[in-house]
Design a protein around this ligand. Structure first.
Ligand code: SF4
Ligand code: SF4
Length: 137
């Protein structure tokens, strides 16, 4: 099984069509929506994780493009340097997805990468520069 993250760009005429339904039903691909900015009749953006066999993902991507939805890989992630972190909690105040939160028993920072939207707000919020963004292929 393979997992990929993508940003999908919906043209206005596609925002109210059953796109994700086809991914599951026709291509046997599991999807997880990470962030959605979709309104009927307007250009939309969806950040999504797809999981399936290599072949099914490839077919799902071909369908996506033929359906009129452009996409690009979501090819970066957030890296926290635990040695630098002083557990001040400043980054948790700006994190929109609760990927960063304080453990209230240990008062240590927890980072749940699966929830991260890579919005990069935490990078600027960190006073000791313990958070960075990593680009990959
Ligand atoms: S990049 Fe955004 S979503 Fe991810 S941990 Fe930082 S603030 Fe939270
Ligand atoms: S803002 Fe920086 S130092 Fe403070 S808890 Fe977050 S990562 Fe650690």
């Amino acid at each position: 099984m393979k997992k990929i993250k993508l940003i999908l760009y919906f043209p206005p005429e596609r925002t109210d069509k059953p796109f994700t339904y086809h991914l599951v039903k026709d291509y046997d691909v599991i999807f997880n929506i990470l962030q959605a900015e979709i309104q009927p009749g307007k250009r939309g953006r969806l950040t999504i994780e797809l999981e399936g066999t290599e072949e099914n993902i490839q077919r799902a991507l071909e369908f996506t493009r033929e359906y009129g939805i452009e996409y690009r890989p979501f090819n970066k992630n957030i890296v926290r340097n635990q040695g630098e972190c002083i557990d001040c909690g400043a980054c948790t105040a700006v994190c929109p997805s609760d990927a960063l939160h304080m453990n209230t028993e240990t008062w240590k920072l927890n980072f749940d990468e699966k929830k991260c939207l890579v919005c990069e707000l935490c990078i600027r919020a960190c006073p000791v520069k313990a958070i960075d963004v990593n680009m990959f292929e």
